[in-house]
Design a protein. Structure first.
Length: 90
């Protein structure tokens, strides 16, 4: 495996946590403003977009494109996780 694959893989794993941390406060404020249940249901489209973004990443051969698509999907995963977890706790 090329070294670039490991770099993109590590970045993709870490970026989801970073995205969750950076969006947690905004998700909490949004949940307080419109309520827990509507906010929780709003996390669904984010997860759907993430899964749609992750699917083609497995089919792309070039590591740089594979990594970019995967990182985009992981950013959406962090956002959806942030919204869903805030509503489950509150």
């Amino acid at each position: 495996m090329p070294a670039g694959s490991f770099i993109y893989g590590g970045l993709a794993v870490g970026i989801a946590f970073l995205s969750t941390i950076l969006t947690r406060g905004r998700a909490d404020a949004w949940s307080d403003r419109i309520g827990g249940k509507p906010t929780h249901y709003a996390a669904g489209p984010s997860d759907l977009c993430r899964s749609r973004a992750d699917l083609p990443s497995g089919e792309l051969v070039e590591p740089s494109r594979h990594g970019a698509v995967l990182i985009g999907g992981r950013l959406m995963l962090g956002l959806g996780e942030s919204v869903a977890m805030v509503d489950m706790m509150g």
